[in-house]
Design a protein around this ligand. Structure first.
Ligand SMILES: Cc1cc2nc3c(=O)[nH]c(=O)nc-3n(C[C@H](O)[C@H](O)[C@H](O)COP(=O)(O)O)c2cc1C
Length: 174
């Protein structure tokens, strides 16, 4: 289903009482999407199941945020993050996401689960949009992608810990 989608930079919104839910396997391929996920992203559940979660990735999202996400959940920890996602037609929607490992009966991680709600508007505009733009700039300023990601990740952690003790405290202080 991979089609090139061009961002429109037009924002779309969802109901503040709703949660956008998805589940993935260990590699981040979608195994479940709720109706609002499908409705806002513009795909049917059938089209999404089995596809990588990056199907809805927006190019304005820094790679460092996804490193933080994957490092956390692969380490068995939950993570919270502001994410700009892209719909099928190139429109975008901001979410505040909680991502967590799922465990089977033997207490082994068998996949991942995410619930997303409407984010705080002033935080998206005043803190996250400029921070993510900085991270993207850092990532693009290195010829070597791995070095760019490393520098951007450090920038993210430094920003988060500038006034707080950890990334988690930072994201909840916003
Ligand atoms: C449970 C779960 C939820 C995720 N939610 C999103 C999401 O809403 N948007 C997104 O772009 N990536 C999400 N990701 C991260 C993607 O798997 C992927 O790392 C990201 O889109 C970057 O893709 P890329 O490295 O191929 O560019 C999620 C991953 C997991 C495991």
């Amino acid at each position: 289903m991979s089609q090139a989608v061009t961002p429109t930079q037009r924002e779309i919104f969802f109901d503040p009482d709703s949660f956008i839910v998805s589940k993935t396997d260990l590699k981040g391929r979608l195994t479940y999407t709720n109706k609002i996920f499908c409705d806002i992203a513009g795909y049917t559940e059938k089209e999404l199941i089995g596809q990588p979660h990056s199907t809805i990735r927006h190019p304005d999202m820094p790679r460092a945020v996804f490193k933080l996400l994957w490092d956390s959940i692969q380490d068995g920890r939950e993570v919270f993050a502001y994410v700009k996602n892209m719909a099928r037609n190139g429109d975008h929607y901001w979410v505040f996401a909680h991502v967590t490992p799922s465990y089977d009966n033997a207490m082994q991680v068998c996949g991942f689960h995410s619930n997303r709600r409407v984010p705080k508007r002033d935080v998206v505009e005043k803190v996250i949009t400029p921070l993510y733009a900085d991270l993207i700039r850092v990532e693009a300023s290195f010829r070597n992608a791995k070095e760019g990601l490393g520098a951007s990740y450090q920038h993210l952690l430094k920003t988060a810990t500038a006034s707080k003790a950890s990334y988690d405290e930072f994201v909840f202080s916003l």
